[in-house]
Design a protein around this ligand. Structure first.
Ligand code: ZN
Length: 242
């Protein structure tokens, strides 16, 4: 089975559309949270995501905040501002969809979370030290995470000592023997200074993983942010990939 792995769409429909067109051939979709927040088209993105084949989805911190389960004072000022806009604009149908999503999904091969298996909604796996402490918190061969908006591969050797931590080469196929944490990067707001939308393809038979980047119409996405009077910084960062 070919699985499209996406995360942190952040209401960027232009980026999501480009990813779906580029990925083309997939049997299922694993979505690692933060479908909404920051961007201008939250309901539209939810509409697209909910119709994807074989969808398994987990909640991100922005999704959770939109449901009123997180105090938005924990967000920075601009994220708070967009959260206020989001809560005013989210449809009942979108809320209903988000309410049906869990923080963690444990499948046969993989554990899916937004942040980390230890703290599914909030913890950022930003470095090898945090990654290593998380291997004891999942028992499947793979754990897929998002949240940092940076693609990463992290494997732990069988002796539980040696850790491999690296940025994937885009378009290159990796195959794993060891327990591995994989981050596909962000569809709608990459933060590795590469503004192209990021996503992953995982094959459950060969256990192979590929991260791909695809260009999308950033100017149009930025215009929508400005038109909807969301913080202009959210528009600016899209062209820089930060
Ligand atoms: Zn995010």
């Amino acid at each position: 089975m070919n699985v499209l792995v996406i995360s942190d769409i952040h209401a960027n429909l232009d980026a999501l559309t480009a990813v779906l067109n580029d990925a083309q051939d997939f049997d299922a979709v694993w979505c690692l949270g933060d479908i909404i927040g920051y961007g201008p088209e939250p309901n539209e993105c939810i509409q697209v995501v909910k119709k994807l084949p074989g969808l398994v989805c987990v909640l991100g911190n922005h999704d959770t905040a939109a449901l009123g389960r997180i105090n938005t004072l924990l967000f920075n000022q601009e994220a708070q501002q967009s959260m206020t806009w989001l809560k005013a604009n989210l449809t009942d149908e979108s809320i209903k969809f988000l309410e049906g999503i869990h923080e963690k999904e444990v499948l046969e091969l993989a554990t899916l979370v937004h942040g980390s298996p230890f703290n599914p909604v909030w913890e950022y796996i930003l470095d090898p030290y945090i990654a290593k402490s998380n291997f004891q918190h999942f028992s499947t061969p793979f754990c897929f995470v998002g949240h940092t908006h940076q693609p990463i591969i992290c494997s732990l050797k069988k002796d539980n000592e040696q850790l491999m931590w690296k940025q994937p080469k885009f378009g290159f196929e990796y195959v794993f023997e060891e327990k591995t944490i994989l981050n596909p990067g962000s569809v709608g707001q990459p933060r590795d200074y590469d503004p192209r939308a990021s996503y992953g393809l995982f094959n459950t038979e060969t256990k192979s993983w590929k991260v791909k980047r695809v260009e999308y119409d950033i100017a149009t996405a930025q215009d929508k942010i400005i038109q909807k009077k969301l913080p202009t910084r959210h528009a600016q960062r899209l062209s820089g990939g930060w």
